[in-house]
Ligand binder design. Sequence first.
Ligand code: PMV
Length: 344
Amino acid sequence: MNFSIKKASIEYTSPSNIAFVKYWGKRSGQIPENPSLSMTLSECYTSMKINFTKAKRFQVKSFLFEKRENDQFKEKIYKKLILLLDMNELDYLNDYELDIESFNSFPHSSGIASSASSFSALILCLVRMESKLLQREFDLERVSFLSRLCSGSASRSIYPRFSHWGESSIKGSSNLFARAIDFKEVELCDSILVVSSHEKSVSSSMGHELMSLNPYKRTRYKNALDNFDKINNALIAKDFSSFGKILEQEAMELHALMLCSSPSVFLLEPHSLTLIDKVKDFRIKTGLPLYYTIDAGPNIHLIYPDSIKGEVLDFIKKDLLVYVQKVIHDKVGSGPKLIKEFYE
Ligand code: PMV
């Protein structure tokens, strides 16, 4: 161990991701019930800087979110890190205190899950420091492994382009960490139609918990395995019509599962349903490959190849803007970036 580092500062940006095959349901130890597949975003990311100071015991001294002290986030991060320390992970933290600064590129409460980008950014900084101290290679699979323990979807955010997580038909797939997958020449866009920016009425941890008692869970886990293979094969073949069909089924299945859980959860808004109808109409009228997916919230992600961007932007402007609070235009991204590092 390199005991000589008294102070350090590490800054990363890490993106959010949108799942095409959804992770919904887990076993203890953050083991997913089914494999998931996602696209790494480009414009929606968290930027995080951690200042490390040598100390007698571990603590998160301060947490500034968008330049303001945020005790709620500080507590959340502290608890996750204590969990990792209890598992004998990132042991070196016992000798440092942390001052953390973070901000999100995407607007506050826009309904975009920030746990994937923020926890992956946190772990990227911490593993970078670990690799300096232990003089070992910086290992992305380790970053994914530890990010997964903080938030499942964070395990997928650390790779460029596309990622898969969970045991599947892909050789080398694992429940413990995600891996990159590059569908060559698949240049997809994600225009996020923000229908409501209210806090989610159900957190994803509660959603995963509800799945353990869901009467359709066996069928879901089987469907997810099939859908994973179908989406993977469709993207390899650049067959957007097969891809889109399964993409939409996945979104609907997620919401159907929530509807028939106990208690029942309904997250879509009337405008979400209108938007879905409009997208289907547009597709029938134009024959263009415009599809949607939805996470655990009311916002609609429009997924389409870059080649039809002009037509889709016109359509959004003319027919959809009236139903939404805002639109965030995103696309497939190149993964996290190390912005700065300094050791003393
Ligand atoms: O990583 P979590 O625990 O926030 O769960 C993410 C759940 C979904 O966003 C709905 C699906 C997914 O795979 O990202």
